[in-house]
Design a protein around this ligand. Structure first.
Ligand code: 13P
Ligand code: SF4
Length: 304
């Protein structure tokens, strides 16, 4: 079969079986093209909760499918490829956070949405990369324990010097791999380009950026800017997305290695097989875990 034939078959099956397909912006183009929605993990889970379809296929990683299930418990939520986990989301466990909470009982525990639902049950509030600053500012408590990403935490902490932050040593291996040396080299090659980076990158990379933001923020910034050239410091799918949405502008990856193997684990054929009902994993969450994790997300919605 050709890519086009597989895409047509997926479109036919999703209509016949009344399925909604979500694709994170880091998925391959051939998957994004057949998706009903493309975006960041939280935006996708909100879209999924509004659609009439009772079955949702999440093309992304496990914590994203769990977030969809947390917000839509009555829907059948399928993770497009069961091996697609996020190393950052799975770096810390409940027991570790409970121990740290005991050590710092007067701190509010803020969890990046890139965490397992189990981990969310022992945190106070969730944040996304785009809402983290607003939410940390709004929290009444001036003592914040930010988990798991120390790079995102560091970026937020520097913008709210009046609050005390404790960071743990977690992070995204894909973004943390980018070095300040790579920034120097790429900037030399493209001196007129603006540098747009994700806050999951190391502080020495973030401090050289012209704009720091979420995947959605980076795409919006590049689309709306009058500048013609951009260096993109996040997963390289965003370079491709931008090249297609702004063909009159030039986009260069900050690092050829910024590719998330977990995000790329899902293939178009996996999506076809999920639609056929012969592949993918249905996400099941214990109701107690779901409700506790949801409380953390509800707090984010209330503050954000
Ligand atoms: P956002 O899409 O929320 O910016 O997150 C980036 C990311 O690394 C998702 O895994
Ligand atoms: Fe996880 Fe990083 Fe991959 Fe996002 S890019 S899924 S944070 S490993």
């Amino acid at each position: 079969m050709t890519v086009k034939q597989i895409q047509d078959e997926i479109i036919r099956l999703k209509k016949e079986k009344d399925i909604c397909i979500l694709a994170h912006a880091y998925q391959s183009r051939e998957i994004i093209e057949i998706a009903d929605f493309m975006g960041d993990s939280f935006a996708l889970s909100v879209e999924a909760s509004k659609v009439p379809q009772k079955t949702v296929i999440m093309c992304g990683v496990r914590f994203m499918a769990e977030t969809v299930k947390i917000l839509s418990p009555d829907k059948k939520v399928i993770l497009s490829n069961p091996v697609a986990g996020c190393p950052m989301a799975e770096q810390m466990d409940r027991e570790l956070i409970l121990q740290v909470r005991e050590q710092y009982p007067d701190y509010t525990v803020v969890a990046y949405i890139n965490t397992t639902s189990e981990l969310k049950t022992v945190c106070d509030v969730c944040v996304t990369s785009s809402s983290a600053l607003t939410i940390c500012k709004k929290l009444e408590n001036d003592k914040i324990l930010f988990i798991p990403d120390c790079n995102l935490g560091d970026w937020i902490a520097k913008q709210i010097p009046e609050k005390q932050f404790k960071l743990l040593n977690g992070g995204c291996p894909t973004h943390a791999r980018i070095s300040a040396k790579e920034v120097e080299n790429v900037k030399k090659m493209h001196p007129d380009a603006l540098l747009l980076v994700h806050p999951e990158c190391k502080p020495e990379v973030v401090e050289k950026a012209d704009y720091v933001g979420s995947t959605t923020g980076i795409m919006k910034f590049a689309e709306q800017s009058d500048n013609k050239e951009f260096i993109i410091g996040t997963e390289n799918s965003i370079v491709t997305n931008l090249q297609l949405s702004c063909p009159d502008k030039m986009f260069y990856p900050l690092s050829k290695d910024c590719i998330c193997s977990n995000m790329k684990a899902t293939t178009l054929v996996d999506v076809l097989n999920c639609c056929k009902g012969v592949f993918g994993e249905e996400i099941e969450l214990d109701e107690d875990i779901r409700l506790k994790a949801k409380a953390c997300i509800d707090k984010m919605i209330e503050l954000g």
